[in-house]
Design a protein around this ligand. Structure first.
Ligand SMILES: Nc1ncnc2c1ncn2[C@@H]1O[C@H](COP(=O)(O)OP(=O)(O)OP(=O)(O)O)[C@@H](O)[C@H]1O
Ligand SMILES: [Mg+2]
Length: 262
């Protein structure tokens, strides 16, 4: 089981879209994938489950130890893709955890505690809220690596600098194994000079960490959530589906998993 925190403190950069569709692409390749909605906005949950009646226990219950992972993780319409759903109550967790001893370790403890059950999953993707508060710190403490969706905009690198400060603190104090696993540019506007300039800057600063794959701006990706579908269910021939498929291949290649020959 490898845990990836999909994180960027800037809002609306493509964290949730990447979590859903990278996760779905990996599941379609036969991996068992768990998505965790760690955002009180619960966009990931809404994206994958239109019927809120299906939500029995949530990320909040998992963190607080009210329910084990096996009960909280729900199957989705995509085979092999599971979701720990979130709800607004998660906002309260940040406050409740604030005074607990070991407050940064709650997610890690829940995921790593029940090793046998957790080992059922090959990949865990954690969709973080747009902040570097206690929930995001819990994700970084539990994670093997961070995956940063980035928009190719002027302030993107400034945001990265702030993020890296926090990542280094977490690495130094809480999780020595944490590494920056990848940066993926989302909502790519290929016609804009600025996009190319920013991409070059990111490449210069981060080299190989930057994924070659860019996720192009694609209206189908913006429409899919309202249909409660992944991009592969909603528009299998779209650029969005192609780009997330390519990202999944690159993601797995970095894991050293050979491409299927068939
Ligand atoms: N490649 C894309 N092309 C077009 N629209 C996109 C693309 N990626 C994401 N979007 C849309 O942009 C908006 C923000 O994306 P998303 O919700 O994934 O960002 P986020 O980083 O999770 O936001 P938040 O910080 O609020 O959690 C959504 O409406 C989403 O549907
Ligand atoms: Mg989001």
């Amino acid at each position: 089981m490898r845990i990836t925190a999909v994180i960027n403190q800037k809002g609306g950069v493509g964290k949730t879209t990447t979590t859903v569709n990278l996760g779905a692409a990996l599941a379609r390749k036969g991996l068992r994938v768990l998505l965790i909605d760690l955002d009180p906005q619960a966009n990931l949950t809404a994206h994958l489950m239109m019927d809120h009646a299906q939500v029995r226990s949530t990320t909040y219950d998992l963190l607080m130890g009210n329910a084990p992972l096996a009960d909280v993780a729900r199957p989705t319409a995509t085979e092999g893709l599971f979701l720990v759903p979130s709800a607004g109550d998660l906002a309260g967790a940040e406050v409740e955890l604030a005074n607990e001893i070991g407050r940064e370790y709650f997610l890690k403890d829940r995921l790593r505690k029940d090793d046998e059950r957790a080992a059922v999953f090959d990949e865990v993707l954690v969709d973080c809220p747009p902040s570097l508060g206690l929930l995001a710190i819990n994700a970084l403490t539990a994670a093997d690596e961070a995956l940063i969706p980035l928009q190719a905009e002027f302030f993107a690198l400034q945001g990265m600098a702030r993020y890296l400060e926090v990542q280094n603190l977490v690495k130094g104090r809480l999780n020595p194994n944490l590494r920056l696993g990848g940066i993926v540019i989302c909502m790519w506007k290929g016609q804009a000079n600025l996009s190319h300039e920013v991409r070059e800057e990111v490449k210069k600063s981060f080299g190989e960490v930057l994924f070659e794959t860019v996720i192009r701006q694609n209206v189908k990706l913006a429409e899919a959530p309202s249909a409660g579908k992944t991009i592969f269910e909603y528009a299998a021939d779209s650029n969005g589906a192609q780009d997330y498929e390519a990202l999944a291949e690159e993601f797995l290649a970095r894991r050293g998993v050979p491409k299927p020959t068939a």
